[in-house]
Design a protein around this ligand. Structure first.
Ligand code: SF4
Length: 91
């Protein structure tokens, strides 16, 4: 569901952050306005909140590209292991 509106329908809810909703469905603008009037609990984080029935949303801007990865750090030196001291055998 990458589209947020189609053929006079709205994806309910359409998150302001652009994140997908776990449960979403298509509704008409009239249903949307009625839900807003009744303080539907998902409206406060929706992009359609406060818009008229004819309103269309601008496309969600694509996120900025990720920066290039930094080169891998040098491999740390292996820890020095102390050798056991040899203890002379006693008779
Ligand atoms: S404003 Fe409310 S009813 Fe309209 S699409 Fe968003 S969540 Fe659904």
């Amino acid at each position: 569901m990458s589209e947020t509106s189609a053929d006079d329908r709205r994806l309910c809810p359409t998150r302001t952050s652009g994140a997908h909703s776990l449960i979403a469905h298509w509704i008409t603008p009239a249903t949307c306005l009625e839900r807003q009037r009744r303080s539907y609990h998902k409206c406060f984080t929706c992009r359609y909140q406060g818009l008229s029935a004819e309103a269309t949303l601008p496309p969600i801007p694509k996120p900025a590209p990720l920066p290039k990865r930094a080169p891998a750090a040098e491999k740390p030196a292996a820890p020095q292991v102390r050798k056991r001291a040899k203890v002379p055998k006693t008779a």
